[in-house]
Ligand binder design. Structure first.
Ligand SMILES: Nc1ncnc2c1ncn2[C@@H]1O[C@H](COP(=O)(O)OP(=O)(O)OP(=O)(O)O)[C@@H](O)[C@H]1O
Length: 832
């Protein structure tokens, strides 16, 4: 009889074999039972640690050997069964074969070369300090092909950089995608849209498709010859688009050899611009589609596996007149601006798409350089009439455009350019406005609709509703579109619509790299944890959702932290913006600390006055702002930002707010840092929202330090709510004031139609319509008592500012705004 063996299926099996001769029925039964028990244990193990499905097998003993104690941590993403290459230590990349995610070891000696390669073939997802995450997408692979890489080059190089053999699924994805992508193009010819391809068979497939076939304009089929492409030099650079990347790679190859890394990609870029030498012209077949069917055709093509591309061969466009425009001779675009543009012009044509650069990194100059490269008619769409003016000024500043060739179309101005072609700068709302138009507006719209534009520049694409883009794109025809934005983030998932409407993301800058190079400010981010006094916390636990938010914003320890930080940074010479989405606390903080503030209800003249003081008055260094500061105000520069209450988990809002301090001029001072603080009430929902909000910035490489104790806070002069009695009073007042609901802020701006309270730079979803103000009576304003004292102080802080006499001491910016405002008033009076 054998003694029971160790609890593994393998030893159990050998025990059974060795005693085979003595087997009787009882023993057999016992063994079966034991086997069944072990099988169950195995099942449990698999289910517990690996989600089961993928790992179950009839031969459980065999399967189990593939899992170990760490399996559970990796769950579905356990690829430990993929063998490592013998030289894996010299390779910096890992790959997930199921979702095509690539992980780069940033600390690896070959990391820089791998980064250059990855930015060419993949999209960045997350770039913290040590590990970067990229993903292979259809668009990113096509972008790689369009700068001259062959699928084989991509596969071979990726294979060489990987620590494991290239998984077959990845190889297939690259081959399949690059085979189909870019084969079908959408082109605009003589104001008509054509679907074109060099492969007649593909066109046949499309024509047989029930959706696309029905949208074809009959009798419109054409065959022509594709013009050859030559090296294109982007103004402000010395290199032909794409070639710069090739040079980069050649340099890398050198350093590669020096470092002795095995992954040499010498042959990788040898094929760049190879097509230029090819004199054989290919026949291009095309059929026309209905104007209003562009989006449907694009969507359908994607569904049936032939993603459609928009490319403009502007250098061979003899139909549209050329625009006299070039960058001024002393203008030099920065390396990242050049990189982004080489993605757009990689193959000598203009690809439509979106360029993502952080605030203050110079998106305007990127747009202007694109216009100077294409040199055809340009239409620029902005979110407000203020930015229309700014865009025109920037065009005049950076390029040699004749001022008569750049006109603006706003409510106040409806000029056209004098030559046969030119630039029109306007707002989204001007071209999408469906209300009754004035005679001049109608004429202007006919003018815009009646021509083909070489380039459409779309500013701030992340805030404009997809529906608005649809209307713009269906009414104005342009050969290429370039969207500009700081963050391609939308909490509503509408961002994928932009792929159809504008084009794929062409380039996304690395924020950390830009700040290390001094193009944007270095920012220290911190989350300050503020414990809640017991009474506050008790109330918090009992309160409903809305009141909870008010309570964690009004937490007296948060108040003290805010006071402490303001003191500290004012002494340091910073300009501080304090953001609060919670209107009640915004007012209470500002009033108690005697600081100026702006919210939706602040009149336009008061806003201007406060902003001007914040910018120029050395005694006004702190400004409290409601969420209208995110979208509806063109804020002066600040160097410190404090958030006391923020809107749930919005990553975009967080990124946008950080953007406010990235422009800080002092960034070039030795060791200068800008500061971004989020004050969070401990053990409340706010902590969850806060970490959610930080996700985007963390992906950009920002590290949030957690501060649990502010040194010597108790020594702050006149520290607010420093006694338990004062804290209790604050709680009582907060409860009474908000007993009947809380006041919500009003947001106003240009995008959704009528401007309500104030001139806006940008606009956001709800609440903006016709300046409707949602208000659930504020008891604080009615009840008097202690609260009235604050109201008095409040008025004092904003009103204490010395009002300049008309025209006195005003910056050009405010003078311009003032002029605009007066013009608007006159226009309204005239209309009446
Ligand atoms: N290549 C360059 N050379 C010199 N200055 C530059 C260059 N590119 C941008 N700048 C300057 O950087 C500043 C920021 O540029 P810009 O206003 O275009 O940034 P932005 O990305 O549009 O910011 P925001 O998103 O906040 O509007 C401007 O003062 C601009 O003149």
């Amino acid at each position: 009889m054998s003694t029971p063996g160790p609890a593994t299926p393998r030893s159990l099996e050998s025990d059974v074999m060795s005693d085979a001769d003595d087997v009787d029925e009882d023993v057999d039964e016992a063994q079966k039972e034991r086997e069944a028990m072990l099988a169950k244990e195995a099942d449990d193990f698999v289910n517990k640690f690996t989600l089961g499905k993928r790992l179950q097998s009839d031969d459980k003993g065999k399967e189990l050997r593939r899992y170990d104690a760490a399996t559970g941590f990796f769950r579905k993403r356990d690829y430990s069964q993929i063998p490592l290459k013998p030289n894996h230590q010299q390779c910096p990349l890992w790959i997930d074969p199921e979702n095509f995610t690539i992980i780069l070891e940033r600390f690896h000696p070959a990391a820089q070369k791998a980064t250059d390669f990855l930015t060419t073939i993949a999209e960045p997802r997350s770039r913290p300090t040590f590990l970067h995450e990229y993903v292979l997408t259809m668009h990113s692979l096509y972008a790689a092909v369009s700068v001259g890489l062959r699928p084989k080059d991509i596969i071979d190089t990726l294979d060489r950089f990987l620590k494991t053999p290239l998984p077959p699924a990845v190889r297939m994805k690259i081959e399949e995608t690059t085979k189909k992508y870019g084969k079908v193009k959408l082109v605009l010819k003589k104001n008509k849209y054509y679907v074109e391809s060099v492969d007649a068979k593909i066109l046949q497939i499309l024509l047989k498709d029930e959706v696309i076939g029905a949208l074809r304009v009959h009798g419109s089929d054409t065959t022509s010859f594709a013009p050859t492409m030559g090296g294109l030099v982007i103004p402000g650079t010395q290199n032909a688009a794409g070639v710069h990347q090739a040079n980069l790679k050649q340099q890398d190859k050198k350093s590669d050899e020096e470092q002795g890394a095995t992954a040499s990609e010498g042959d990788l870029f040898a094929t760049l611009n190879e097509e230029e030498d090819d004199d054989d012209k290919e026949a291009v077949h095309a059929f026309e589609i209905l104007d209003n069917s562009v989006e449907t055709v694009q969507k359908r093509c994607l569904d049936i596996g032939f993603p459609i591309l928009e490319e403009y061969d502007f250098r061979n466009d003899d139909v549209n007149p050329n625009l006299e425009i070039d960058l001024r001779p002393n203008t030099q675009i920065r390396p990242y601006q050049e990189k982004s543009l080489s993605k757009m012009f990689g193959n000598g044509r203009a690809k439509s798409g979106i360029i993502v650069l952080p605030c203050g990194a110079g998106k305007t100059l990127v747009g202007i350089t694109a216009a100077c490269t294409i040199k055809k008619g340009v239409i620029v769409l902005c979110t407000s009439s203020m930015s229309v003016q700014q865009w025109r000024q920037e065009f005049l500043k950076w390029s040699n455009i004749n001022p008569d060739d750049i006109a603006i179309f706003t409510a106040e101005s409806k000029n056209k350019f004098s030559s046969s072609t030119g630039i029109i700068v306007t707002t989204y709302s001007m071209v999408t406005n469906s209300r009754e138009r004035s005679h001049d507006s109608k004429k202007m719209m006919d003018f815009l609709r009646g021509r083909e534009w070489g380039l459409m520049l779309l500013d701030e694409v992340h805030v404009v509703p997809a529906e608005m883009f649809r209307r713009v794109i269906s009414s104005i025809k342009s050969h290429s579109k370039l969207g500009l934005t700081a963050t391609l983030l939308r909490e509503d998932d509408k961002i994928s619509d932009l792929n159809f409407l504008i084009g794929p993301k062409l380039y996304e800058a690395n924020w950390m790299e830009l700040s290390q190079q001094g193009h944007i400010a270095k920012v220290q981010c911190a989350e300050v944890w503020c414990p809640m006094p017991t009474e506050f916390y008790d109330q918090y636990l009992r309160a409903d959702g809305r009141m909870k938010r008010t309570l964690y914003a009004m937490n007296p320890r948060k108040f003290q932290a805010c006071q402490y930080l303001i003191n500290y940074h004012e002494k340091r010479g910073d300009k501080i913006i304090v953001f609060s989405d919670e209107l009640y606390s915004l007012k209470q903080y500002a009033l108690k600390l005697k600081k100026v503030f702006i919210y939706g209800g602040t009149s336009q003249s008061e806003r201007m006055h406060v902003l001007e003081n914040f910018q120029h008055n050395p005694d006004v260094n702190t400004l409290f702002l409601s969420k209208i500061g995110d979208t509806s105000l063109d804020l002066p520069e600040a160097t410190c930002l404090i958030q006391i209450s923020s809107h749930f988990g919005s990553r975009r809002q967080e990124a946008q707010r950080l953007g406010r301090i990235l422009r800080a001029k002092r960034r070039n001072d030795e060791g200068f840092n800008a500061f971004f603080y989020s004050l969070v009430s401990k053990d409340t929902q706010e902590m969850y929202y806060s970490s959610k909000r930080q996700a985007f910035l963390v992906d950009q490489g920002y590290a949030f330090k957690v501060i649990t104790q502010l040194a010597n806070i108790e020594q702050t002069p006149d520290l607010a709510f420093s006694t338990p009695q004062e804290m209790r009073e604050l709680l009582q007042r907060t409860l009474v004031d908000n007993d009947k609901g809380v006041e919500e802020d009003v947001e106003t701006d240009d995008l959704f139609g009528k401007v309500g309270g104030g001139g806006g730079r940008r606009k956001k979803g709800n609440g903006g319509l016709a300046g409707v103000r949602r208000m659930a009576g504020t008891l604080g304003e009615l009840s008097g008592g202690q609260d009235m004292a604050y109201i008095e102080q409040n008025k004092a802080a904003n009103k204490a500012l010395k009002k300049p006499k008309k025209g006195e001491n005003q910056s050009a910016f405010f003078k311009k705004l003032q002029r605009e405002k007066e013009k608007a008033k006159q226009a309204t009076r005239a209309a009446k």
